[in-house]
Write a protein that binds this ligand. Structure first.
Ligand code: COA
Length: 205
């Protein structure tokens, strides 16, 4: 991993994004996305992997991105309405104590557009490590984050959106009790065509 410069470290150390945050269930752990993840080789690799970025809906990520671009993105996150998290896979250690060094950084999860008046928030997720696709990790991360949004933040509705052909994303949300709320027809430009954008939601019970 590249080390952040002293200036970068000073810049980040007081940001709330670096506050301690740890939610875990089974083999998945959600931690604050901080400087360590921002400067990790993994994050830079994922954000330059078209298989990962093409369905994110961020067209500026369809071209190669450098570390400075990722740092800019991180710095521009609105901390009042966004919680940016790193998804870690716990090791096989049977110890009760979770150590970051024993875990594998596999993706990111963003709780964003937190609206305390309307009491809702949105979720965005990327499992950057393609070796870990199809193992249920997105589904588990959504379950943990949803529980946090409803039970800790006390919000009443969660929304998410994805390109209609993103079957993995749809299944991960539907199996967590989300329902399809809207389909915007031919709304997104994707691989040379205008495709539908689906929106799902879940209300607190
Ligand atoms: C979409 C994404 C988050 C799914 O993550 P994942 O950890 O592989 O998802 P899960 O393993 O929890 O899969 C949930 C379900 O979808 C299925 N699934 C996953 N990927 C699939 C695919 N490409 N095609 C068909 N089914 C798929 C899984 O088998 C699982 O089905 P099951 O519940 O019946 O067993 C991941 O592929 C990813 O990060 N892609 C790139 C970024 C992205 O598209 N993010 C979403 C932007 S809105």
């Amino acid at each position: 991993m590249e080390s952040p410069t002293t200036t970068n470290t000073e810049l980040f150390e007081n940001q709330p994004g670096n506050a301690y945050f740890c939610l875990h269930e089974d083999d998945i752990c959600l931690l604050s996305f901080g400087v360590e993840e921002l400067y990790s080789e993994e994050y830079l690799r994922w954000m330059n992997d078209l298989d990962v970025t093409k369905t994110l809906g961020r067209f500026d990520y369809l071209m190669p991105v450098d570390r400075a671009k990722l740092v800019e993105y991180y710095n521009e996150i609105n901390r009042e309405s966004t919680i940016f998290l790193a998804i870690y896979l716990k090791g096989n250690s049977s110890s009760d104590q979770i150590k970051k060094a024993d875990m594998k950084f596999i993706g990111t999860l963003k709780i964003y557009d937190i609206d305390l008046l309307a009491k809702r928030a949105s979720l965005g997720i990327a499992i950057g490590d393609k070796l870990e696709w199809g193992k249920g990790y997105a589904g588990k991360a959504i379950r943990i984050a949803s529980q946090y949004v409803f039970e800790v933040l006390g919000l009443r509705k969660i929304t998410a959106g994805y390109i209609a052909s993103n079957v993995g994303m749809e299944r991960a949300f539907l199996k967590n009790g989300f329902e399809i709320e809207a389909i915007f027809k031919k709304h997104i430009y994707f691989e040379g065509q205008f495709v539908d954008h689906k929106f799902v939601c879940k209300f607190r019970k």
